[in-house]
Design a protein around this ligand. Structure first.
Ligand code: PSU
Ligand code: MN
Length: 323
């Protein structure tokens, strides 16, 4: 176990017993939703993971320690302080640890801590990706490069079309990251079920997702997987409305010269403000939907691992008998 990492006792016990655990990120809490909806959502997401038979492990940096699993007071403090807490991606981790500081982990940093803890499944809303205009700005989220190197399955509703979704898929393909549509043949676009971008891989139940994860890592391919789970149809937003808000948010970001790590939080906040409470409601619904699927996938994967252990035990006995 990494000496900088603290496992919540419940998370430690579940991992030791081979029980399913789901990692959750904290940038979505501190930077992705307004208070007090962020706390309510974070609590509901943890409850949804439990309801589907897994232990939630919300990940953050507190006082320079990596945390997998937060207590109720720690979760509340994180939500209450919101954007005052540093947004922590891969490059920020060493600095925050060295300074003994707090940080809200992005998808990339959450994957790193999950992998250190031995957690294989992670639920969030949307991943970062290639920004529109990236041919000039080179703004490509560190989330994509993390998916290329860190073996965690990320259950998400695709990505928001503040990004260039076609280029996002290109970069994932270049880096050998499987993108698996859950009961869909196209990449979901967060608020809407279908971005129009075709996917080559699909899974129709949690066991099929678990088999893909197991095959990926049994082959020694270290990368993560994107499990793209569309927003439930009843919570989808009208495409024209969300496209108009995204268009305006992008124009405002351009006019104000917003760039770098401030870009995504700015766009998320403007889209939320321009679409009022509707986009927040959709956002909450899709995160809960992802939490439920992630818990089922973690359970199926835990079962597969237990079965694989039994198989290896059996086959080594068999080979002893043969010799
Ligand atoms: N997309 C969302 N909601 C979010 C994020 C992305 O719809 O909260 C957050 C996630 O934490 C993600 C991060 O990892 O933004 C990506 O930031 P950047 O584009 O700066 O890499
Ligand atoms: Mn960026």
């Amino acid at each position: 176990m990494n000496p900088l990492l603290d496992l919540h006792p419940e998370v430690a016990a579940a991992l030791a017993a081979g029980q399913p655990v789901v990692a959750l990120e904290s940038t979505i809490v501190a930077h992705g939703m307004p208070w007090p909806h962020n706390l309510q959502t974070a609590q509901q997401v943890e409850a949804e993971v439990r309801r589907h038979g897994a232990v939630p492990a919300t990940i953050a940096l507190l006082g320079g320690r990596l945390k997998a699993g937060l207590g109720p007071d720690e979760l509340q403090a994180l939500a209450q302080r919101g954007p005052a807490i540093a947004k922590a991606s891969r490059r920020d981790l060493a600095r925050l640890v060295a300074e003994g500081a707090d940080g809200a982990t992005t998808v990339a940093a959450t994957m790193i801590v999950a992998a250190l803890a031995g957690i294989r499944v992670f639920a969030t809303g949307g991943i970062g990706g290639v920004h529109r205009g990236a041919a000039m700005t080179m703004d490509v989220s560190a989330d994509l490069l993390e998916l290329a190197r860190t073996p965690v399955a990320v259950v998400c509703a695709g990505a928001k079309s503040i990004l260039d979704l076609g280029l996002t898929l290109e970069v994932l393909e270049t880096h050998g990251v499987p993108v698996v549509g859950y009961r869909t043949n196209t990449l979901p676009a967060f608020y809407v079920r279908d971005s129009g971008h075709a996917l080559e891989q699909r899974a129709d139940d949690p066991a099929a997702v678990a088999r893909l994860m197991h095959a990926q890592w049994s082959l020694g391919l270290g990368a993560g997987l994107v499990i793209a789970n569309p927003i439930p149809a009843e919570h989808q937003m009208p495409r024209a409305r969300i496209d108009a808000a995204i268009g305006q948010a992008l124009a405002e970001a351009d006019a104000q010269g917003v760039q770098g790590k401030a870009s995504t939080p700015f766009l998320l906040a403007r889209v939320a403000a321009l679409t009022g409470g509707d986009s927040l409601a959709a956002n909450i619904a899709l995160v809960l939907n992802n939490a439920a699927l992630a818990a089922q996938v973690a359970a199926a994967y835990a079962q597969l691992e237990a079965g694989a252990g039994a198989y290896f035990t059996f086959s080594s006995k068999a080979s002893r008998r043969d010799s």
